[in-house]
Write a protein of this length. Structure first.
Length: 162
């Protein structure tokens, strides 16, 4: 996922700088990229028209996200890229029996949500061209997310940033 597109260029550079990837690029399957302590997944599995997934797409793809979460053990931090991913992740976690904060914490870049199971949902703007070309998301901002994810992954949350 993200391999060979501009969002992926941003993502893999940031993951590499934070120590989650062995190289800063991924251009094709089998190009040598190795991720450690990180899984990349998506709330929807296709690029929807105008990048606006429908409710039907969201619901049809939810079982895949559930299945991937079933494979994980001892998840300490979940980084969501964009508000759609944030809302869908909260929805899926709630479906799985994780108590999520009510009212829902408002999405924003660097917002952290401590979940009842001790894991942290860490929010980032999506590294889309719309966000990166306009400066809404800078490489320094994105690096801060992955540095924080590294800190959260290595130990208990100290104090939430938001």
């Amino acid at each position: 996922m993200f391999t060979g597109d501009r969002s992926g260029d941003w993502l893999y550079r940031a993951l590499h700088r934070a120590g989650f990837a062995n190289q800063p690029t991924s251009v094709a399957l089998g190009d040598g990229l190795e991720l450690s302590d990180v899984l990349i997944t998506a709330a929807v599995r296709c690029a929807p028209p105008a990048n606006k997934p429908t409710t039907e797409e969201r619901d049809l793809c939810a079982p895949w996200l559930h299945a991937e979460l079933d494979l994980l053990r001892d998840t300490r931090v979940i980084v969501v890229l964009g508000s759609f991913a944030y809302v869908q992740t909260l929805r899926v976690l709630a479906d799985r029996g994780v108590a999520v904060p009510r009212p829902r914490v408002r999405f924003g870049h660097r917002v952290e949500v401590l979940l009842e199971d001790g894991s942290v949902l860490l929010c980032s703007y999506h590294p889309s061209q719309q966000n990166t070309f306009t400066g809404k998301l800078t490489e320094d901002m994105f690096d801060a997310i992955w540095s924080r994810a590294r800190v959260l992954a290595e130990g208990p949350p100290d104090t939430l940033a938001s």
